[in-house]
Design a protein around this ligand. Structure first.
Ligand code: GCO
Ligand code: MG
Length: 401
């Protein structure tokens, strides 16, 4: 079954998405998400200019071999652009295999390890009370797990907090600049979770995303302060470029740690997993080499009782969401899946079989991934430059956003 060609579709139905469509000689096609938020066109070019010409004529059934061919064959290893491009091809090939065999992808991955996939929603607010009200909205919809982020008094725009609309990480227009203070932030987080537990009791899982903004010793202090509120996880407490940083945090707190949304390969998390410095690995199908590579990471993690918690923000398209759900349903050491619903325009461009009800999701039983791409509709939403905000300290020093 030869690959005859393909195309890269860039569209912006509310936000930018890059989608790979791979075509085969017998008319079956597969889709893969290749969206790299704020750097979209680099991956589009990598695929169009350097990958598609190399795939023509290859056997679409040889998923593992094509993965190794793209990874080893480039000579230049790893990195978000390369690994997102490989992920898109890998995801599209799993889609093709499922469609060819008439089976949903999760059946090809060993079948369901659970009935459905627990997801967490994003609650945020400009005050603690507004955040509590937002969390209550999610719990009323049946969510069993809620991430809570709150504005910080004295800081204007803070990661993860939306005022009166769904939170969207990238912004169109001029590059958004924000000012950050770890001291002010640290004063707000424990009171937020004290209030949430007082309101909702012990039952709901509560999560929080530090978004790489603390130093290890500050993160250790926060983890310890949050222990009475029994978080499901504290995410990205500090940048993991230096994986050893987590040892320091770990020495001081039993709050579970989740890391990995910016990782691209198993090597970015090998030490964190093997030294049991984290509890959840959050690598994304689209940024970490696709379903094939995510399964490798999950297998390594399983040896160390580290569970998965895949990234699922709105900058990952419904194609990625579907792939993540097939992975989540099948993999034994699944923990939780992030879920931010897309805009209705996005859902129309990418009609999909996956469903949400009562706090859990299911990928559906359509052959392949169960996601389509309405190319005519996509063409009505052209690419629009958009970037993630940056953060500086009050004295102008660049900081992690
Ligand atoms: C999350 C993430 C996102 C990222 C975004 C960047 O936990 O969902 O931190 O909000 O910031 O995906 O593109
Ligand atoms: Mg995050």
């Amino acid at each position: 079954m030869k690959i005859t060609g393909g195309k890269v579709v860039v569209c912006s139905p509310g936000r930018n998405f890059v989608t790979l469509k791979l075509e085969t000689e017998d008319g079956v096609y597969g889709l893969g998400d290749a969206t790299l938020n704020g750097r979209e066109l680099a991956v589009a070019s990598y695929l169009r200019d350097h990958v598609l010409p190399l795939l023509e004529g290859r056997d679409a059934r040889r998923i593992e071999d094509i993965w190794q061919f793209l990874y080893k064959g480039a000579y230049w290893r790893r990195g978000p652009v390369t690994m997102s491009a490989i992920a898109a091809v890998d995801t599209a090939l799993w889609d093709i295999k499922g469609k060819t065999l008439g089976a949903p992808v999760y059946q090809l991955l060993g079948g369901a390890s659970r009935d459905a996939v627990m997801v967490y929603g994003h609650a945020s607010g400009v005050t603690i009370e507004a955040t509590v009200a937002a969390a209550g909205g999610f719990i009323a919809q049946g969510y069993k797990a809620v991430r809570a982020q709150c504005a910080v008094p004295g800081l204007e725009r803070v990661y993860g907090v939306a005022a009166g609309r769904a939170y969207e990480p990238a912004e169109r227009g001029p590059l958004p600049e924000t000012v950050w203070s770890s001291e002010r932030y640290l004063d707000t987080v424990a009171p937020l979770f004290e209030r949430l537990r007082r309101e909702f009791g012990a039952e709901p899982h509560l999560l929080h995303d530090v978004h790489h903004r603390l130093r290890p010793i500050e993160a250790a202090r926060l983890g310890r302060a949050l222990e009475p509120y029994r978080l499901f996880w504290m995410e990205d407490p500090t940048p993991a470029d230096n994986q050893e940083s987590f040892r320091l945090i770990r020495q001081h707190t039993t709050t579970p740690l989740a890391v990995g949304e910016v990782f691209n390969t198993i090597h970015d998390c090998r030490q964190l997993i093997q030294e049991q410095l984290i509890d959840y690995i959050r690598t994304t199908v689209v940024h970490a080499g696709g379903i094939s590579h995510l399964r490798r990471i999950a297998s390594l993690a399983e040896l160390y009782q580290v569970r998965t918690g895949s990234h699922g923000a709105t900058d990952l398209s419904p194609v990625c969401m579907a792939a993540a759900l097939h992975f989540d349903l099948s993999v034994h050491n699944f923990g939780i899946q992030e879920y931010m619903p897309h805009t209705s325009d996005t859902d129309r461009v990418f009609p999909h079989a996956y469903t949400f009800a009562n706090g859990v999701m299911h990928p559906g039983d359509a052959p392949g991934l169960g996601v389509g791409l309405d190319e005519a509709l996509a063409a009505t939403f052209p690419y629009q430059p958009a970037y993630l905000p940056i953060a500086r300290l009050a004295d102008g020093t660049m900081h992690d956003w």
